[in-house]
Design a protein around this ligand. Structure first.
Ligand code: GDD
Length: 302
């Protein structure tokens, strides 16, 4: 059964929750694209920040005995002062309207937990990826884009900042983690992360290697290009329109609390993650080539 609602409408949330009376709520709803949040900051604050408030407030008024999960994000850490791991005690320093809206929702979850004794927990998740990832996020853009370049379906892949570092894990592992967070005996906040960090450049190199490109980098800054040495052809270009007004340069999570209390740890490592995503997208690109029409996407433009 599908019931429609919207995080920007309290009345629709009231309607849904009073009808369903769920045992658990996972609030994964958001305007979740960091760069887009600079273009639509008000909408982002409304859905990503106030959306959580609306849900929690309906829970409070209906006195629902529900367990509430808030999808908090490593973007809340933002600019970190050193290159150590970030954990549940690391201060937040968000760098985007999205990160700030998530900080609001994070604190509100704690405030409602303490004030109204709602079972409300935050999962602070580092980047989690899979073949289901939207194609405007960098991992999927790379696996999709390089697969299409390989088969001659597009000339080059245009990217922004290659130097930022992310702790990338496999979404399926993280979904198990968030379920475990809500099954825990008390409502608490947990970081979920792999404990490994890689640059966007390393992600590109890993994917290019699996596709048997002989990738070399030439030039600097916006003039830098990635060349396939075998064919002496440019396959990666830098497009400054993908640079963010403010960047989060470095993220590396420490999930030792989740490991200790929830017995959670990710099974899929960085290399395997790239492999899973690439296989999916290379198969899609092959289908596109065979059918002679786009089966998945017209244009990657964010
Ligand atoms: N999207 C995108 N497109 N990012 C690029 C590109 C590009 O062409 N080129 C370089 N990047 C860099 C971004 O500047 C950023 O530093 C990094 O790649 C990752 O960008 P995204 O994949 O868009 O993810 P994100 O880290 O900003 O945010 C994601 O992860 C968060 C968890 O920490 C989103 O899923 C958020 O909703 C989530 O909270």
């Amino acid at each position: 059964m599908t019931i429609y609602g919207d995080l920007s409408e309290s009345s629709s949330l009231l309607n849904i929750l009073s009808k369903i009376k769920p045992d658990e709520i996972y609030n994964l709803g958001a305007q979740s694209h960091v760069q887009v949040s600079f273009d639509v900051p008000e909408y982002t604050a409304n859905v990503t920040g106030l959306g959580a408030l609306r849900l929690l407030d309906v829970i409070r008024h209906l006195k629902l005995p529900v367990r509430y999960y808030q999808a908090s994000s490593s973007e809340m850490f933002g600019k970190v002062s050193d290159d150590k791991h970030q954990n549940e005690n690391t201060p937040f320093n968000p760098q985007s309207p999205y990160g700030l809206a998530k900080v609001f929702a994070y604190h509100l979850t704690k405030i409602y937990r303490d004030s109204y004794h709602i079972f409300a927990s935050n999962g602070i998740l580092f980047n989690h990826e899979s073949p289901r990832r939207g194609i405007t996020f960098v991992t999927r853009k790379i696996t999709m884009g390089l697969s299409r370049v390989k088969l001659g379906l597009q000339g080059t892949l245009k990217l922004g900042n290659l130097s930022s570092q992310r702790d990338w894990g496999y979404a399926k592992d993280y979904v198990e983690g968030i379920w475990k967070i809500l099954q825990y005996k008390t409502p608490e906040d947990f970081v979920l992360a792999t404990g490994e960090t890689h640059t966007v450049r390393q992600f590109v190199e890993e994917a290019a290697g699996l596709l048997k490109f002989d990738l070399v980098w030439k030039g600097k800054g916006v003039k830098e290009v990635g060349i396939d040495k075998k064919r002496n052809k440019t396959i990666i270009e830098i497009d400054p329109s993908y640079f963010r007004p403010k960047e989060v340069d470095y993220l590396l999570g420490d999930a030792s609390k989740a490991k200790k209390l929830l017995n959670w740890k990710p099974k899929i490592n960085f290399r395997k993650l790239v492999e899973i995503m690439l296989k999916n997208d290379f198969d899609l690109a092959k289908k596109e080539l065979k059918l002679g029409r786009k089966v998945f996407v017209k244009k990657i433009n964010i």
